[in-house]
Write a protein that binds this ligand. Sequence first.
Ligand SMILES: NC(=O)c1ccc[n+]([C@@H]2O[C@H](COP(=O)([O-])OP(=O)(O)OC[C@H]3O[C@@H](n4cnc5c(N)ncnc54)[C@H](OP(=O)(O)O)[C@@H]3O)[C@@H](O)[C@H]2O)c1
Length: 311
Amino acid sequence: MKTIPLGGGDLTAPNVVLGLMRIQQMSDDAVRELVGSARDAGIDFFDHADIYGDELHGCERRFAEAMQLTPAQRDEITLQTKAGIVKDGPYFDFSYEHIIESVEGSLRALETDRIDVLLLHRPDALVEPDEVARAFDELEASGKVLAFGVSNHTPRQIDLLKKSVKQTLVANQLQLSITHSPIIAEGVAANMQGLEQSITLDGGGIIDYCRLHDITIQAWSPFQAGFFTGVFLGSAEYPELNAAIDRLAAKYDVPAIAIATAWITRHPANMQVVLGTTTPERVAGAAQGSDVPLTRAEWYELFRTAGYRVP
Ligand SMILES: NC(=O)c1ccc[n+]([C@@H]2O[C@H](COP(=O)([O-])OP(=O)(O)OC[C@H]3O[C@@H](n4cnc5c(N)ncnc54)[C@H](OP(=O)(O)O)[C@@H]3O)[C@@H](O)[C@H]2O)c1
């Protein structure tokens, strides 16, 4: 498993990690088997959010109850969670009170004394950077949160936070798969008149911004065709893409899911792929894509066969 320096700093993390958004209905044994398959593959980094599950902190609690980690086992892993979405509404809330309350809830649910990485989940239109800074300062000083980041943020939204927040923002978790890659595609087709792909949807160059500022991009829904529309792998809607994936899988002697993973890990931004599967075999297969050396021609072929234009 290839590792990367998270946020360009001292914290090293695998470039394929396991998201636990979908574990609410799983038994203790199934959760342990899933997490065990990740650990066997070199994945020691787990992504949560307060809102994952049927109830607030549901998946965090399911994880802790199933895993029953000893202090030594807890020390071996990195736990990341998120705050800032209020499900009932829904609406977004980056107020001091909400951030603190959410983290306290996550600490209880995860049965731990610290969150390794806390992300602000989705940009709050009513954000007050000073309030975020006050919450982050307090959480850092008490040792309850060790590192901070964001998710679904544009370059300017990050700049605005940085006006008050003094901690390094180590990560920006963004939706990215071969078939859902506007954050990459816009740059490839910049300034093409009449081409939807060249419209900036991310506030302008979020990938380049994150590279410039050493913010690790974490790709969520790495196998979903769109916004929770089902996976593109094996989908009849993407015959050319799947033919290319299958050919490359045979060439590199890995499963197809590893090629879909490698399309993200091959990008020089040193991104992390956040897996959402609850199937241990798929975790093992995806992990094999951590360091597949796709050539430029192969990488662009996957991008083109997913429907993007290379002008
Ligand atoms: N920051 C954000 O706003 C945000 C938003 C969404 C998600 N996330 C994070 O990203 C993680 C991944 O999201 P995701 O679950 O949407 O990503 P994903 O890995 O692209 O999708 C996984 C889902 O696809 C299903 N699937 C069906 N066929 C598959 C195949 N051949 N290969 C792989 N999966 C297949 C899986 O089913 P099985 O479980 O049956 O394998 C699972 O339900 C989440 O766990 C969460 O941590 C973050």
